[in-house]
Ligand binder design. Structure first.
Ligand code: FAD
Ligand code: EPU
Length: 339
């Protein structure tokens, strides 16, 4: 029997630690819970927010609708020669799944170690770190369609993954709830060591032939040194995407700012480091009221205690304005804004 609670505080359900209440709140433990929930027209018609670990959203206000917290568990794995297929419930904690694979020698996810949040949210923005994106290990996912109450399997092509993008964040936004994700891994590692910081840390540790576990530990170490721990200081990771601009715009920018931090991003495209742009505008480590940017990473906005969602949002708009004024580059928020 589903338990629908009323007026539930969400402070502990979002890593920004913003205080806001959900008018209604339900926890989903099985696929059948979703079927049962949406048979009732009261809930079918209501505004909903699907919640995993709450590590990529900013709540602007109390949520006047139904918060659906996904807690579907279970991990299954199957080995076929050197290939490994792992399927996990959407409510599994992402890093628990990474550890499950690392311990067993299933290669592919090690660079994605220690990213907060749930398995079910991982395809939404095609999570990525240290040269690997979810799409590199994704096989398919199973999702519940709110309008029809039917389950549908999405292949990698269906998901239209891109940098911090998927079909679930664009055309199909709010239409599906992911209930499980299937991954394609390998018993033969093909390490992605293109990030200088990984190579440097391996050298520091005198590791010349790294294992999957070594890479996972090195990535975790780098992350901890840069990013604030949400259990002590509220944040949702990078607040903005790294902007991707065309070569012509880039050449104009580089003429004025020769030191601009950038990476190739495919045909005629260049990706800029938003953290650098923000730092150059003088925002790094700035405290503004209860919010500000992190002292080691200007791309991360933080809650110094008691910040409201509105306060963080207003601050993010100030950053967007100043980066645009100085560089002519428009930052886009990566964090999901919930109103
Ligand atoms: P939530 O915040 O709960 O939800 C995010 C969005 O997905 C919301 O729109 C929600 O409605 C939707 N959603 C959640 N679950 C489902 C579901 N089952 N079905 C349909 N929709 C769903 N991200 C990176 O990509 N790379 C990083 O390196 C990285 N580092 C981070 C570091 C820190 C310290 C923090 C706090 C965050 C970081 N993030 C990073 C962002 C975050 O970890 C990811 O976006 C993560 O996938 C969010 O998972 P979640 O379960 O917390 O999602
Ligand atoms: N930089 C600065 N000042 C700063 C921060 C960064 O100058 O305050 C410059 C530095 O030159 C640095 C470069 O920007 O070398 C890149 O910084 P970093 O390696 O920290 O990575 P990022 O581009 O800021 C991205 C992702 C992270 C991911 C890391 C590692 C986005 C929006 N962010 O950050 O993802 O963990 O790379 O791969 O793409 C997230 O999405 O929440 C997230 C944390």
């Amino acid at each position: 029997m589903l338990q629908i609670q009323e007026n539930v505080p969400l402070k502990n359900f979002n890593t920004f630690g913003v205080a806001a209440n959900a008018r209604y709140f339900v926890e989903i433990n099985h696929n059948t819970d979703l079927t049962e929930l949406f048979m009732d027209p009261q809930w079918r018609q209501m505004k909903t927010l699907v919640l995993g670990g709450g590590s990529n959203l900013l709540l602007l206000n109390d949520f006047d609708g139904l918060v659906i917290r996904i807690n579907i568990r279970g991990i299954e794995h199957r080995i076929k020669q050197n290939e490994v297929f792992v399927e996990a419930g959407a409510g599994e904690v992402w890093n628990d799944l990474v550890n499950f694979c690392v311990i067993r020698g299933y290669a592919g996810m090690e660079n994605l170690s220690l990213i907060p949040g749930s398995v079910g949210a991982s395809p939404i923005q095609n999570i990525g770190a240290y040269g690997v994106e979810l799409k590199d290990v994704f096989y398919s996912c199973n999702a519940f369609e709110l309008a029809t109450g039917k389950f549908k399997t999405f292949t990698k092509a269906d998901c239209r993954f891109d940098y911090r993008e998927s079909v679930f964040k664009s055309e199909l936004k709010g239409q599906y709830i992911i209930v499980s994700v299937k991954f394609h891994l390998s018993l033969i590692p093909d390490f992605n060591l293109k990030y200088g910081a990984i190579a440097q840390e391996l050298t520091n540790r005198n590791i010349t032939s790294p294992t999957i576990k070594d890479i996972s530990q090195v990535v975790s170490h780098i992350r901890v040194s840069k990013l604030p721990d949400p259990s002590t200081i509220g944040n949702a990771g990078s607040f903005f995407k790294n902007p991707v601009i065309n070569t012509a715009q880039f050449n104009g920018l580089k003429a004025n700012f020769p030191e601009v931090v950038h990476y190739p991003a495919g045909d005629n495209l260049v990706k800029l480091a938003a953290g650098w742009l923000i730092e150059q505008c003088g925002w790094k480590g700035k405290v503004v009221g209860n919010t500000g940017t992190w002292k080691n990473q200007a791309l991360v906005l933080v809650n110094h205690g008691g910040a409201t969602g509105q306060e963080v949002y207003t601050f993010s708009s100030q950053i967007i304005d100043s980066v645009y004024t100085k560089f002519g580059v428009l930052l886009q928020r990566e964090v999901n804004i919930i109103s």
